[in-house]
Design a protein around this ligand. Structure first.
Ligand code: PHE
Length: 355
């Protein structure tokens, strides 16, 4: 039956009219917020469908039931349209995500720890390079040696007080007449070189040495490098020249050096050599490294004692020579500003990586 606009409007047609735009309204929704607003337009407190439910009271009794049913259908239609729009939005969002470049969910790779040359070995190699450049060959010898090579042939008389400088690690020996020990200096190698080669000789002897010492500047095992040059007419001035050239190459041309008279049984005269402080250059009375003296002791040296030549069968009338010896650990401490020698041997990777 056609509806007459002049009569009371057909309430069922009004419900249908309220839903004409339903599909379009939800199609226009782009996100959850839109969905909420569109739904509210129909079912919210002020929504069109909600407003129609209030009309039920005005209707004559028999019209109420079909009207109520139609209203319920309308509500269901709104919910369905909302559900469909929600699904559409989700599908669209997923398609957008899949179009994005893939996210890399793997852990970043871990770089393997980098090995580095130990600071003592770095300095040792530098020192060897410098002396190699000055014409020295490298000679090596055993860490366990006879006491005669460590003391007697170097002019230490038995029970000489100088032996106190070398508080040694003696080892059990098969022969009671032959004392054996961990060498206390690499001068043993110089003795061995002279015993096995005629002059001229020009060698450096790097290696580990052992003394009963353990404090901030002494380790019971440490590294030395000694040098020996023997020929006719070798002079103290040449010793000084070689050592100055070495120290300038190692520490730079701004350093100064000085000899201080000292005593070692196997040299005469003997000296210790100091360099001007690498930290303050000798200009800071409060310097912690040189303790305000301006100088750092770096090595012992001297002219080979004729007694040593006699011991190894060299003619002391014909040959002269010089010898020097230094602690590589000490040079490494100076070079890297390390205050306790034991840090160099603890081998904590954090400390080593900081040098
Ligand atoms: N051998 C000495 C030491 O161990 C160092 C040194 C070598 C001194 C050569 C003088 C000459 O202390």
């Amino acid at each position: 039956m056609a509806h007459d606009p002049n009569q009371t409007p057909d309430p069922l047609a009004e419900i249908e009219a309220a839903l004409v735009d339903l599909g379009r309204a939800f199609d226009a929704a782009h996100d959850d917020n839109d969905l909420r607003q569109v739904t509210a337009r129909y079912l919210g407190k002020e929504g069109t469908v909600t407003a129609l439910t209030r009309r039920i009271a005005e209707l004559p009794g028999p019209a109420r039931k079909p009207f109520g049913q139609k209203l319920n259908e309308a509500k269901a239609a709104v919910e369905r349209a909302r559900g469909e729009a929600e699904l559409r939005l989700k599908t669209e969002a997923r398609a957008r995500d899949l179009g994005q470049p893939a996210v890399d969910i793997t852990l970043p790779g871990r770089r393997p720890a980098r090995g580095r040359v130990h600071p003592i070995m770095r300095v040792l190699h530098e020192v060897i390079d410098v002396f190699a450049g000055l014409g020295f060959d490298v000679a090596e010898g055993p860490e366990v040696d006879l006491a005669v090579n460590n003391f007697d042939r170097l002019g230490f008389p038995p029970d000489h007080p100088a032996m106190d400088m070398h508080d040694s690690f003696f080892l059990p020996s098969g022969d009671p007449g032959q004392k054996v020990l961990l060498r206390t200096h690499t001068s043993t190698v110089q003795v061995r070189e002279m015993l096995s080669h005629p002059p001229p000789i020009q060698v450096i002897c790097p290696g580990a040495v052992f003394r009963r010492d353990d404090d901030v500047t002494h380790s019971p095992m440490f590294f030395q490098l000694e040098g020996l040059l023997v020929d006719e007419r070798v002079t103290l001035a040449e010793l000084r020249g070689v050592l100055d050239a070495f120290l300038v190459r190692l520490f730079g041309s701004s350093i100064r050096t000085r000899f201080r008279a000292s005593y070692f049984p196997f040299v005469e005269p003997g000296a210790e050599l100091d360099v001007s402080c690498l930290i303050c250059g000798g200009h800071d009375a409060g310097c912690r490294v040189c303790k305000g003296t301006g100088w750092l002791e770096v090595l012992g040296c001297g002219m080979v004692h004729p007694v040593v030549f006699e011991q190894v069968g060299y003619d002391p009338e014909r040959y002269t020579g010089f010898a020097f010896g230094m602690g590589i650990d000490r040079l490494a401490m100076l070079r890297y500003g390390v205050t306790d020698i034991r840090y160099l041997y603890d081998n904590d990777p954090r400390f080593l990586a900081s040098l």
